[in-house]
Design a protein around this ligand. Structure first.
Ligand SMILES: Cc1cc2nc3c(=O)[nH]c(=O)nc-3n(C[C@H](O)[C@H](O)[C@H](O)COP(=O)(O)OP(=O)(O)OC[C@H]3O[C@@H](n4cnc5c(N)ncnc54)[C@H](O)[C@@H]3O)c2cc1C
Length: 679
């Protein structure tokens, strides 16, 4: 085995082999994959192999499409069978909501060239004869989906990588990862040390334990996933795969019989205290009681399943994540990458995922926007096992549910609370959650003052309130108070701080002490990595305020570029400071009044009395900081002190201007009715 490599991939499942394959494709040949047992001996060997392409976003779908492109050609490229069967897929709709979901998907899929078409229930049955059409309103048919043999695919990827110069060391267990100054130095294995700058953790259900070797939290939860296999029973060999989300089940053909699995409502996490060190090439015990719900549902859709002989119930662990998306990309530790947490889509995603990760490593940026899968989207609160587990269970058990715009998850809440939370509760806030923070989306008591006829038609109107419009008008015409505590805050200090932030930011930020600058940080291609405000608090101290969800990402980006000579310290100070912002034409007056009074609500009254453009009365609203606000230097925007809030004027970040655009600006605006909510 090599003692030095340009990159070391840990894990010989489909994920690790795909990354290895694509690294060689991009010209890296001095690389090695280490696998503690044999290739495919993790989750890969027991996969059902379904490959579906349509996902919830353009990037995710393109990634899956890229997998299919590879699976079509890999066999002829490396000369090994992959078992790719492009039989198409059906997704059934058994309710008007599902039908609407399919119609939306069909329209959306066409925009990027996915040949998804809507078919009738009878047509679906023609394609998949064993199914019953009872209750089926229609289906989506995607002819380019299919299934693949998991082990053959993995061996083909490995063969392609070997051909490109990569080495694969099986029966080689990683025992430690050496770091120096927050950077990867070497991988220690039971067969010796490999010095390297780049490590890719493709450990599947073991990714959390491998992450810990480098001090990186990888929030994957092993979940037991089951499917059954029947004996041949006259099912046509080329039936498409079929999903019936309302019944929580999926099917595919298997040598004239069927494979059937699904996502049960009461899932089973497994090995939460650590995966046994000898768990390779093994399955879990059959769990028929847990599978009963799926079996009952499956019989509704495919009654003849009752007559088929079950060969086996496969029960295998798979790495799920708290939001149901992959975990890929760089981490806080320089040179340590993750490619894991494939949530029962590892076969479908491996081809495209491997390409994205390899591009990211070799070229510095992936060719798609992969924020939804970026390992840095998970904040520090995902170090809580209870929270991570709660979120993951919710994701698994609601996997097939229809998700409407504005959908909020409920598990593990509330977690992170601002000092204003009790007051927001008192005011009837409808809370949303971002990065663990509870934030007011709107205040339902304001709904009667809104415009019900403006409710968006269809999906977008389900999780919506007329209060949103009423609060918008109030902010636009008077003032609104925003709790922005959830915004992430990062401090950069030290003698090297000024040249360091100057070198990373697109704008000039090392200006006078007290200056606030809105800026981006750009990657090598000029793409935007970070978007925030930088405040110079002292000659050697800068405070960054960035979006609630971007704290970990921005922190990792900044740290990964920080000088190693100790001249700069980068610290996450999000939880140290609360933050309030007042926006609207009366904001400045309110703050002026507040300067001479200790009570902000009195200042609010004072401002509305003295203002020539007063809305006629006190119109104060609490609202969320989400995507709102204007730059601190913009007329009409101001920040105020509040008990427990320090130096607020330096904290407020800037985002889109809430006063521009929106429904109220396009229609005749109404005067906000006086609603004094801040007493
Ligand atoms: C029952 C079931 C059905 C599924 N059906 C589908 C499906 O229909 N379609 C689909 O797309 N996906 C499906 N999946 C998911 C798919 O199988 C996985 O997403 C995929 O196989 C995960 O691959 P991986 O490379 O991340 O992990 P693994 O295959 O688990 O590979 C990780 C490897 O890392 C190695 N390793 C761990 N620790 C170390 C160490 N310290 N040193 C060296 N090596 C180490 C392990 O030995 C293991 O081989 C299913 C999963 C299950 C369980």
């Amino acid at each position: 085995m090599r003692t030095h490599a340009r990159a070391v991939v840990i894990g010989g499942g489909v994920g690790g082999c795909a990354v290895l394959y694509w690294l060689t494709k991009l010209g890296w040949d001095d690389i090695v994959l280490v696998e503690r047992a044999d290739l495919t001996s993790g989750s890969t060997f027991h996969s059902a192999g379904l490959v579906g392409q349509l996902r919830g976003s353009l990037s995710l779908t393109r990634m899956m499409m890229s997998s299919v492109e590879l699976y079509r050609t890999l066999e002829s490229e490396v000369g090994l069978e992959t078992g790719w069967r492009e039989v198409g897929s059906l997704r059934l709709a058994s309710s008007p909501e599902r039908m609407e979901e399919l119609a939306r998907q069909a329209g959306w899929a066409q925009t990027f060239g996915l040949p998804l078409e809507l078919v009738s229930a009878d047509e679906a049955q023609r394609l998949f004869p064993p199914m019953s059409t009872d209750g089926v309103l229609g289906a989506a048919y995607l002819p380019t989906d299919g299934y693949i043999d998991p082990s053959q695919l993995t061996f083909a990827l490995a063969a392609g990588a070997r051909r490109g110069g990569a080495e694969i060391a099986t029966q080689t267990r990683v025992t430690a990862i050496s770091l120096d100054g927050g950077c990867v130095q070497a991988v220690e294995t039971d067969k010796g040390t490999i010095e390297t700058d780049v490590v890719i953790n493709a450990g599947g259900i073991f990714a959390a334990e491998i992450g810990r070797l480098a001090g990186v939290n990888v929030p994957v939860v092993p979940m037991a996933h089951e499917y059954l296999v029947t004996r041949p029973a006259g099912v046509p060999l080329d039936v498409p795969t079929m999903r019936d989300p309302s019944l929580l089940v999926y099917f595919r053909g298997e040598s004239g019989g069927l494979v059937m699995g699904g996502y049960e409502r009461h899932p089973a996490p497994w090995a939460l205290d650590g995966v046994p060190s000898d768990f390779n090439g093994r399955l879990l015990e059959e769990d028929w009681p847990r599978f009963e719900e799926l079996m009952t549902n499956a019989l509704v859709r495919v009654p003849s399943l009752a007559e088929m002989e079950v060969v086996r119930l496969i029960n295998g662990p798979e790495a799920f994540t708290p939001d149901g998306e992959f975990i890929i990309g760089p981490t806080d530790v320089r040179g340590f990458w993750v490619a894991a947490g494939f949530c029962a889509h590892g076969l479908a995603g491996a081809g495209g995922m491997g390409k994205l990760v390899a591009e990211w490593i070799v070229e510095g940026v992936p060719s798609l926007d992969v924020w939804e899968m970026d390992s840095r989207r998970f904040g520090g609160h995902y170090r809580s096992r209870e929270y991570t587990l709660a979120r993951t269970l919710e994701i698994y058990s609601t996997y097939y549910d229809v998700k409407y715009p504005g959908h909020e998850r409920t598990a593990g809440r509330p977690l992170r609370l601002s000092p204003a939370y009790p007051r927001l509760q008192e005011l009837g806030a409808a809370f949303g959650e971002k990065s663990g923070w509870e934030r007011a989306n709107w205040f339902e008591p304001n709904a009667p003052r809104g415009d019900e006829p403006l409710r968006p038609r269809g999906w977008a109107g389900r999780l919506w309130s007329p209060a949103i419009g009423a609060e918008h008008v109030a902010c636009r015409e008077a003032a609104a108070l925003f709790d922005e505590t959830s915004f992430a805050k990062i401090e950069i200090s030290g003698e090297g701080a000024a040249p360091f932030v100057e070198s990373l930011c697109a704008n000039r930020v090392a200006r006078d002490v007290g200056a606030i600058t809105y800026t981006q940080m750009l990657n090598e291609r000029g793409g935007i990595e970070c978007d925030f405000t930088v405040t110079r608090l002292a000659d050697d101290l800068f405070r960054i305020v960035t979006g609630t969800a971007f704290g970990r990402h921005d922190l990792a980006w900044i740290r990964s570029h920080a000088p190693e000579d100790g001249s700069v310290t980068v610290e996450d100070v999000t939880s140290k400071y609360a933050c309030l912002g007042i926006w609207g034409p009366q904001a400045r007056e309110i703050v002026d009044c507040a300067r001479s009074r200790s009570d902000l609500s009195r200042a609010w009254h004072c401002a509305s009395r003295t203002s020539a453009s007063s809305a006629g009365s006190c119109t104060a609203r609490w609202s969320s900081a989400c995507g709102s606000g204007t730059s601190s230097g913009t007329p009409g925007a101001s920040t105020v002190s509040w008990p427990g809030v320090t130096r607020l004027s330096t904290l407020c970040g800037s985002r889109r201007d809430i006063a521009s655009g929106g429904a109220t600006s396009r229609r005749k605006r109404r005067r906000p009715k006086p609603v004094c909510r801040s007493r």
